[in-house]
Design a protein around this ligand. Structure first.
Ligand SMILES: *Cc1c(COP(=O)(O)O)cnc(C)c1O
Length: 234
């Protein structure tokens, strides 16, 4: 396990310098880019190694794993739900996450709003947009995103803070630059509408394969997993 720890520490160092270099290329301050370390299939001890390097935000795409880890990791960190969320599971995470990146239906928004009200909180959420139009991916279509945001904005216990997308997996990340650029443009366009109870400030985009291009295109939340913890077993 100590060897593992050293690798994670090294990986995070390397990740931070790549983030800084990408930010510099775009004339941006790297301090404005939040790293949400994706911990799916990663054991708590290895997550702790990342935490000890100053990583405080973690992302999970399965409810059960998120709940288990959030309960085990008895430290001050923040959990992000980044995967497709079934309405009947919202109740398990409502008290455990700081943000839901995968808001993709009105039905889900209604349930989050209802549960958040019960829990006496306002849940931050990002609208997942299927920019690339892949039939295998969840997310609202870009053309319907503005109306979707408006509808959710009327719900008092959910607050939209921005947009999220997952780019197609390609060997050369340059091929998906247009996806990130498209999400950023959508953020700007919706932001111009000044919708009450909505702040278009976060762009959650970029994973291990493509985070540098995402940063160049304006990402301020990136979601790397493999580059920190190594290849997943499953
Ligand atoms: C798994 C996952 C990631 C991290 O992917 P890596 O390629 O390991 O960096 C990021 N975002 C979402 C939504 C994921 O499901």
């Amino acid at each position: 396990m100590t060897g593992d720890r050293d690798i994670i520490i090294e990986n995070i160092d390397e990740l931070r310098s790549r983030v800084a270099a990408a930010a510099a290329r775009a004339g941006r301050d790297p301090a404005g880019i939040k790293i949400v370390a994706v911990t799916k299939t990663v054991e708590p001890e290895r997550i702790m190694a990342a935490y000890q390097c100053g990583i405080t935000d973690f992302g999970e795409n399965r409810v059960q794993e998120l709940v288990q880890k959030a309960d085990i990791m008895n430290v001050e960190c923040k959990w992000h739900m980044i995967g497709h969320l079934q309405t009947n599971k919202v109740k398990y995470i409502i008290d455990r996450v700081c943000m839901i990146h995968s808001l993709d239906s009105i039905e889900l928004a209604n349930e989050i709003n209802r549960r958040a009200e019960k829990a006496g909180r306002i849940m931050d959420a990002l609208v997942q947009v299927n920019v690339a139009g892949e039939s295998t991916k969840y997310g609202v279509e870009p053309a319907s995103a503005p109306d979707f945001v408006k509808e959710v904005s009327r719900m008092g216990n959910i607050r939209i803070r921005g947009l999220m997308t997952i780019a197609p997996l390609v060997s050369d990340p340059e091929e998906v630059r247009w996806v990130f650029r498209g999400l950023r443009q959508l953020l700007i366009d919706i932001g111009k509408e000044n919708i009450d109870n909505v702040s278009m400030e976060y762009l959650s985009m970029g994973m291990s394969n493509d985070f540098e291009v995402a940063i160049e295109e304006g990402a301020n939340i990136i979601r790397p997993g493999t580059v920190i913890f190594g290849k997943r077993k499953s």
